[in-house]
Design a protein. Structure first.
Length: 281
């Protein structure tokens, strides 16, 4: 007898059962694996799809990145990197599927992306844009569960409300896995690099992250701080605690945390406005 977890993993890893992956992304995957490919070649592939190009540019100019000057796909690839642009194309395609009734998850994801970027910059970490992208994508597993397991999702949400438990606990009880693991499967399925896949898969279990623990710790703390801010609705009944290993990994202290909370609160005004613009389209 196969397990619910095994069945769901097969669904996730079989791209035919997922939302259609744009042809642009498949071509971009091929080009990005070729060392001889130029940014111009890759940009040309992306700009061939006007809808995806427009979404990428809007996200690239969102509060998660803070450039506000990304005007072309080539510009985005130079400023953000190919992996980030590829991830933005993927996330924009998935978020486009979101219904209005899960706008809270969309706003939460934008908030975590923006907070992750702020934390990374404050701590002087490299690859801030990739950390922001991991934050933006951290709950992508919830979207896939909503799309592929809609009946199970209703049971999960009911369990969270009735027993006031974490979403992950309810997910484990109903589908024998959780959104973080599902997100990790999806990252592998889409050939995202481990430095994005690990923070997605382990943002609720930083100790399990082996190769990219700093990035994972940033996304974890960004997630907790956005939950604590009361901004949007991630689906959680209460705020999860900051894991000690994440705190220690980033060498945080109370003063830095207080400064981050103030800076994130200011940034969330921009995030809210951006979200309203996106959802109005």
């Amino acid at each position: 007898m196969t397990s619910k977890r095994g069945d769901l993993k097969k669904i996730i890893m079989d791209t035919k059962t997922l939302p259609t992956l744009p042809t642009v992304i498949q071509k971009l995957n091929s080009l990005s694996d070729n060392d001889k490919s130029s940014v111009q070649e890759m940009a040309k592939i992306v700009t061939s799809d006007q809808v995806i190009s427009a979404r990428i540019l809007r996200l690239a100019n969102s509060p998660s990145y803070g450039f506000y000057r990304v005007s072309t796909i080539s510009n985005a690839m130079i400023l953000l990197g190919v992996n980030v642009v590829k991830s933005l194309a993927l996330s924009s395609s998935i978020f486009a599927i979101m219904e209005k009734d899960i706008v809270g998850l969309w706003e939460h994801s934008l908030g975590v992306g923006a907070a992750a970027n702020l934390i990374a910059r404050k701590l002087g970490l490299p690859e801030c844009e990739e950390i922001a992208t991991a934050g933006l994508l951290h709950d992508i597993g919830k979207v896939i569960i909503s799309i592929k397991c809609s009946e199970a999702e209703k049971e999960i949400l009911k369990l969270v409300r009735e027993r006031r438990i974490y979403t992950m606990e309810a997910e484990m009880e109903i589908i024998d896995t959780d959104h973080a693991e599902v997100g990790g499967w999806l990252a592998k399925c889409w050939f995202l690099p481990d430095k994005l896949g690990e923070p997605i898969a382990f943002h609720h279990d930083v100790a399990a992250s082996r190769n990219h623990r700093i990035k994972t710790a940033v996304v974890h703390i960004a997630d907790v701080l956005i939950c604590a801010s009361g901004f949007s609705n991630s689906g959680e009944s209460f705020v999860p605690p900051i894991q000690k290993i994440a705190w220690d990994t980033l060498k945080l202290n109370e003063q830095i945390l207080a400064e981050l909370v103030d800076e994130i609160e200011d940034k969330l005004v921009e995030v809210k406005n951006f979200s309203l613009e996106m959802m109005a389209d």
